[in-house]
Design a protein around this ligand. Structure first.
Ligand code: ZN
Length: 170
């Protein structure tokens, strides 16, 4: 399965609105599998479809447990995701993005978020996430609306070490 090329700013597809997925066929499954492989190879903790130049509403994410380094990674696939509820409580976290290499920034987001969408076969799924996982889901859902973390970052800077190793490069 091929690794897809990750597009970077200022590619216009990163600024477009992703199209709703209506057909859950082998082509979609191939795209999802390629995205998982591309995310792992990057490496990143999440990848939205527009980042591989496919403006469809879906993302993949893979993350363990921020409180337990030995917890196994969990793989998530959300098709046509929507954030349907967020907490009033917010927190600041340092984000990066595979489509904006060499930059990280402080971003305020709700601490927890409910996400609804469907799985790769079109079955509805709903999940409540908190902390980093909620942040990843919000960052990836933003991509499907053409929004990048730099749009609402409090400040951005160039880290001295490789972004992918220190924070959430997605
Ligand atoms: Zn990103």
């Amino acid at each position: 399965m091929p690794i897809r090329k990750i597009i970077t700013t200022p590619h216009p597809v990163l600024r477009g609105k992703a199209k709703k997925v209506v057909i859950f066929d082998a082509d979609l499954h191939q795209l999802i599998d390629d995205m998982i492989e591309t995310m792992r190879e990057a490496p990143g903790v999440g990848l939205a479809s527009p980042q591989v130049n496919e403006p469809l509403s879906l993302f993949v994410a893979e993350f363990g447990d921020e409180n337990d380094e030995e917890a196994p990674l969990q793989l998530y696939t959300f098709v046509n995701p929507k954030i349907t509820k967020t907490s009033k409580e917010t927190e600041v976290g340092v984000e990066g993005c595979l489509s904006i290499p060499g930059i990280v920034g402080d971003v305020i987001r709700p601490h927890s978020a409910t996400i609804e969408g469907s799985d790769r076969d079109g079955n509805p799924i709903k999940m409540e996430a908190e902390g980093w996982l909620a942040r990843i889901f919000q960052h990836e859902t933003d991509h499907l609306h053409g929004v990048l973390f730099t749009d609402h970052a409090l400040s951005v800077w160039e880290p001295e070490v490789d972004v992918g190793q220190v924070s959430s490069a997605d």
